[in-house]
Structures are given as structure tokens and as C-alpha cells.
Ligand binder design. Structure first.
Ligand code: IPE
Ligand code: IPE
Ligand code: MG
Length: 249
């Protein structure tokens, strides 16, 4: 109890930001390198990264950001050693179990995108439990991208469009980007305004391919476990200084 109060007192006031994004998406990268730098196993990096998730979700809530999408496990991450995959899934389950109370306290609504039914059954269960428990919250929407691939999402979207056409629910001639968006996992969310990638990598790695057409991109040199509240604020401030044109003038 006393410890918790100290932590809350230390929380810095959010900065005044002229132009707060509605939706921030993050490619949380560099856990393995963070661990390697410390001579620790990669899983320690993933464990430490969970604290950055908490810190960034809190910072988002404090700025009044409505959506935070986090790339937690890609369609391609199945290529990693089985032990690392198991550790990641176990960490996910632990994170959900330990953070659901915190999410309820902070009015966070948890959601997930990706091919969720291909995740281990235990992970799916923890996910569904947290999603259900936080369903009535109306603050920040925290969206975890799990077993997520942008190409896979577009293919699933095409399948959904074809089904709708076959069932006579959609006229092929009407199909446009706006309608197609409604067949993606992200149909309930606006496109990300700001995309952050940590660890200095300059690539998208199959994340939200359709949705980031006009997102502002901020790359942080920090590894994800070192990316905290102030780093998040800095990225949002950088976003706020950008001029978005969407192809216009
Ligand atoms: C990001 O960190 C977490 C996941 C992809 C699950 P990495 O595990 O990719 O760490 P690096 O990039 O190898 O340092
Ligand atoms: C992207 O990071 C996926 C996640 C953050 C979940 P990766 O570390 O898997 O990406 P690459 O392999 O460096 O492109
Ligand atoms: Mg990586």
C-alpha cells in the first residue's frame, strides 16, 4: 500500500500537447538485445518489456489518447525457438492475470487483433477473461496484436468481402477503401495517427499494413524495456509538431 502511494506520487504530470493523437500504434522491439546487453537470457528482456507496456498505457490514459495498439507477437514470430515462444505466451498470461485489476482501475478496455484462435488455448482463455472483465470500461482501448500479420489480415478481409458478395450482402461495384476497412480486424478503430518503433529498426515487419498509409512514424533508438513514460511523451510531442497533409496541400 505505502509502496503504491510512493509510485503514484512520482508519476510526472503529462505535458501540454497541442495535437494529441487519437490512436497510437507501437512496434515493441529490442527486448532480446536489451537482455543480451546485460548478459541475460532473451526472456528477461520480454519480462522487462511488460513494465513498458504498463507505463505507456498509463501515459496514454493521462494524455487522453483513445486507442493504443501494441504489436506483441507477429505471424512470423512462430519461427523463433519453441522455448522463447512458450516463454512469451506464459508472460502474456501472467501479464493479463496481474494487470486486469490495474486496467479496471484505470478504465482501460482490453481488446485483441490477429488470428487469436491459433494461440495456445491457455493464452486464449486469459485473453478472453481480461477482455470480458474490462468490456464496460470506456477509457483507453488497449489493443494487443497477437499472432498478427498485416498480410494475413488483408487476406482474411478479402475472404470476408467474398463471403458478403456471395451472400448478396455487398455489391462488388460498391467496394472501396472505406468499405474494405470494415472487413479488417481493426474495423472498430480509427487508423493510427502515430506509429512508434523502438530499437532503431526502420521497418514495418508486417504490422497494420493497410492502416498506416498516413500514420506519422517515430523511431526511437531505445530498446523497448527502456522505453518509458517520458519517451512516450517525447514521441507524442514529435508527432504534434508534424504537419499532416494526406496528399493535399
Ligand atoms: C520484441 O523484441 C518482442 C517480440 C518480437 C515478441 P525482440 O524479441 O524482437 O527483440 P530483438 O529485436 O531480438 O532485440
Ligand atoms: C516485430 O518485431 C514484431 C513484434 C514486435 C511483435 P520482430 O523483431 O519480430 O521484427 P523483425 O524480425 O526484426 O523484422
Ligand atoms: Mg526484434
Amino acid at each position: 500500500m505505502a509502496k503504491k502511494e510512493v509510485v503514484e506520487e512520482e508519476r510526472s504530470a503529462p505535458p501540454e500537447i497541442a495535437n494529441v493523437p487519437q490512436h497510437v500504434a507501437i512496434i515493441m522491439d529490442g527486448n532480446g538485445r536489451w537482455a543480451a546487453e546485460r548478459g541475460k537470457p532473451r526472456t528477461e528482456g520480454h519480462r522487462a518489456g511488460a513494465e513498458s507496456v504498463r507505463a505507456c498505457a498509463e501515459a496514454c490514459g493521462d494524455l487522453g489518447i483513445r486507442y493504443l495498439t501494441l504489436y506483441a507477437f507477429s505471424s512470423e514470430n512462430w519461427k523463433r525457438p519453441k522455448t522463447e515462444i512458450t516463454a512469451l505466451m506464459t508472460l502474456l498470461e501472467r501479464f493479463l492475470k496481474s494487470q486486469t485489476k490495474e486496467m479496471l482501475k484505470n478504465n482501460i478496455r482490453l481488446q485483441a487483433i490477429g488470428r487469436i484462435t491459433d494461440l495456445p488455448v491457455k493464452s486464449q482463455k486469459s485473453l478472453h477473461d481480461s477482455i470480458e472483465a474490462t468490456a464496460d470500461n470506456d477509457g483507453l482501448n488497449l489493443i494487443l496484436a497477437l499472432n498478427y500479420g498485416g498480410r494475413e489480415e488483408i487476406i482474411d478481409g478479402v475472404r470476408s468481402v467474398l463471403r458478403h458478395i456471395q451472400d448478396g450482402l455487398l455489391d462488388e461495384a460498391m467496394l472501396d477503401p472505406q468499405i474494405f476497412s470494415k472487413h479488417l480486424y481493426t474495423r472498430y478503430y480509427p487508423d493510427p495517427d502515430l506509429l512508434i518503433r523502438t530499437s532503431g529498426e526502420m521497418r514495418i515487419s508486417n504490422f497494420l499494413l493497410w492502416q498506416i498509409s498516413y500514420s506519422e512514424i517515430v523511431i526511437s533508438e531505445k530498446f523497448w524495456p527502456d522505453f518509458k513514460r517520458e519517451d512516450f511523451f517525447q514521441a507524442v510531442q514529435e508527432y504534434s509538431r508534424r504537419q499532416r497533409r494526406f496528399g493535399g496541400l
